[in-house]
Design a protein around this ligand. Structure first.
Ligand code: WQD
Length: 321
């Protein structure tokens, strides 16, 4: 028996594959390798291909005796999704339909879905609960919300059993610095702060210090990627134990500001991180952080790693060069 991990060669995917294998769960990864890296799989079986290839999905499920799917494969750049939305609709939404049709044809009915807190848009109140309004503010976020709905409807029409996990801000690297995030094409804060600290690429922009937050800079819920990996193992076990279909937030419940990230990085780095105060980025809410008590109640999962582990693991990973 095995778990099929789509997009498993990516950042969160590769940390999840590693954790599943450590727990004795056999995995097989389906990934186009457009992003991500074969090396990050540490030898886990890989099929290079697309979730849109239904026949391939069915074949892989049958050949590996797949019992569940963890679905990461998606385009995930907020900015790109507003400039070139077509691939987001086809790859993220249509691709998920093909994946589900392919897995159902092989009799596989359990899926853990990689969703995002971006489906909430700018929250009316924080911490954000799973019952908060779904108001995506960009095409990427809309595709995540639509993928959740597609999965939910397949639950109604075809008996698919699912757990949708809404990540807040994934950050950090493996504690032993063996795998981590590729900073080459990211727009996310933590890798960009590390790049400003560890290379001469120039200062990182602080997108606004005029928000209604304690120090004026944006506040987010940063969650260690290894805590996220743990949550996927818990969600698989939850479905195996016939848990009800479920949507949960995955966050720490704590908000951290951009300036606090810079200060913690400077402390670990032993020197200031080159940065400059810039204007706000379009669409950035002031404060976003999770109420993740439901994940604790249903999956028995809570984040165990704090900001220091996030920053120190990211710093150690990137310092390797
Ligand atoms: C974090 C904070 C920025 C870069 C996005 C997606 C979300 C998820 C995570 C996929 C904000 C500030 C950032 C920089 C900065 N991705 N910032 N300078 O926007 O909270 O969430 O990534 O699921 O879906 O929406 O993450 O890392 O871009 O920004 O000041 O160069 O850092 O304003 O306050 P975000 P982020």
């Amino acid at each position: 028996m095995a778990v099929l991990v789509t997009g498993g060669a990516g950042y969160i995917g590769s940390h999840t594959v590693r954790r599943l294998r450590e727990a004795g769960v056999d995995t097989v990864v389906l990934d186009t390798l457009e992003r991500g890296s074969r090396e990050a799989l540490l030898g886990a079986p890989l099929v290079v291909g697309s979730i849109a290839d239904e026949a391939l999905v069915t074949e892989v499920c049958r050949e590996h005796d797949v019992t569940a799917v963890v679905h990461f494969a998606a385009h995930k750049s907020v900015g790109d999704s507003m400039v070139d939305p077509g691939p987001y609709w086809t790859n993220n939404v249509q691709g998920t339909v093909h994946l589900i049709e392919g897995m159902l044809a092989a009799g596989v009915r359990n899926i853990v879905f990689s969703s995002s807190a971006a489906v909430y848009g700018s929250p009316e109140q924080v911490p954000i609960t799973e019952g908060a309004p779904i108001r995506p503010e960009n095409v990427y976020a809309e595709t995540k919300a639509m993928m959740e709905r597609v999965i939910d409807w397949y639950g109604t029409t075809s008996g698919l059993r699912w757990a949708s996990l809404r990540y807040f801000n994934a950050a950090g690297a493996s504690t032993d610095s063996v795998i981590g995030e590729d900073w080459s094409s990211t727009t996310n804060l933590v890798p960009l702060v590390m790049r400003a600290a560890l290379t001469d690429v120039g200062p990182v922009d602080v997108f606004g210090t005029d928000f209604d937050t304690p120090d004026g800079s944006g506040v987010r819920d940063y969650i260690h990627v290894e805590d996220l990996a743990e949550a996927h193992l818990a969600a698989l076990r939850y479905l195996e134990a016939d848990g009800e279909n479920l949507t949960v937030n995955l966050g720490t419940g704590n908000g951290t500001s951009v300036l606090e990230i810079l200060a913690m990085t400077a402390e670990i780095h032993g020197a200031e991180v080159p940065h400059r105060i810039s204007g706000r980025r379009l669409g950035d809410p002031a404060t976003v952080y999770a109420d993740s008590t439901l994940a604790g109640r249903t999956l028995g999962w809570t984040a165990t790693r704090g900001l220091r582990e996030i920053i120190s693991s990211a710093y150690a990973w990137y310092r390797q060069g």
